[in-house]
Design a protein around this ligand. Sequence first.
Ligand code: FES
Length: 125
Amino acid sequence: MSYHIRIRDRQNDKVYEADIEGDRYILESLEQQGINLPFACRNGACTACAMRVKSGKIEQHEAIGLSTALQEEGYALICSGYAISDLDIETQDEDEVYQIQFGQFFAKRKRHWFQLGLFLDFDHD
Ligand code: FES
């Protein structure tokens, strides 16, 4: 089944529209139509391809790098997601999803140097 997709590329101030098949990854389908959007790993792990879903639904059971909470907040990884309805999506800010999902963990840590000269991290309460 095919679906219509509208993508707002906020960084390049462009809007793309296309029809994509529901049994192919969204990113791959768009690339085959000459629409190039951000990506890195292409396997649902890095969040570089994360989009904000303005309307519609994306099946993303393969998106291991995106928490269920963020999926429910309206984010999706298009490298490993399939359209299951017409979609209206937009690009995220650079590292937006990564910071929301992982940034909090780095901010809580203090770094210490040890006698062997190794740079080690550990949690501090
Ligand atoms: S390109 Fe890495 S999660 Fe999609």
